[in-house]
Write a protein of this length. Structure first.
Length: 211
């Protein structure tokens, strides 16, 4: 008879954890990592002061989970587009589009991620999340390129792609006028076209995404 209350309590705890993570994410997007305090997270979630330490070990744990949550949002954007890809080239375009979601390509979001990158330079837990993102990026691009490129050719392409991707988000954080969503996508697509060459592009366009 005691199993049901325990199960219900666990469910409530999971809901409260998610609410705190989502509250931290909203603050992260508005103010970056530096704006995240225990008080602000609890207020944003509509919970009493200090409740965070009941559901998480400390503030660093909720921040880590929040970054995982934010990373997952971007990854999910890519996955949705990959499912609709019909050719290998479509898969590359899907990776580009997924990393520049229309509703999130704004100055606040860009600066929030810049603050995360700065923190990852001396925070190993954040650095691991950053490496996970790059590994997933490499995996998504490599899955499209393996039929036409050797492994040793894919790595430098992905490195340049990632550098362009980071640079576009950094530039977006400078001002609302520096770069548009369409320009960002176009720059990355042109990088892919110029780096791979016309012959490779034609082969990618001729190969089904699932081949």
């Amino acid at each position: 008879m005691s199993a049901q209350p325990k199960k219900q309590k666990k469910r409530i705890e999971e809901i409260r954890r998610i609410e705190l993570i989502e509250a931290a994410h909203r603050i992260f997007i508005r103010d970056g990592l530096k704006g995240l305090t225990t008080t602000r997270i609890c207020n944003e979630a509509g919970m009493s002061q200090g409740i965070l330490t009941y559901y998480f070990k400390d503030k660093d744990e909720v921040l880590f989970e929040m970054v995982r949550h934010a990373n997952r949002i971007l990854m999910d954007e890519v996955v949705v587009r990959l499912r609709d890809a019909r050719t290998r080239w479509d898969r590359i375009i899907a990776v580009i589009d997924g990393n520049f979601p229309e509703t999130r390509f704004d100055r606040n979001t860009a600066n929030a991620w810049v603050s995360f990158y700065a923190e990852a330079a001396h925070n190993e837990r954040y650095a691991r999340l950053q490496r996970l993102f790059y590994r997933r990026l490499h995996s998504n691009l490599a899955s499209a390129l393996k039929p036409v490129l050797r492994t040793e050719e894919i790595a430098p392409f992905v490195l340049g792609f990632a550098a362009m991707l980071d640079g576009i988000w950094l530039r977006r954080g400078h001002s609302d006028a520096d770069i548009t969503l369409a320009q960002g996508k176009q720059l990355l697509a042109r990088y892919a076209e110029n780096s791979l060459g016309e012959a490779v592009i034609k082969r990618l366009q001729s190969l089904k995404a699932t081949n």
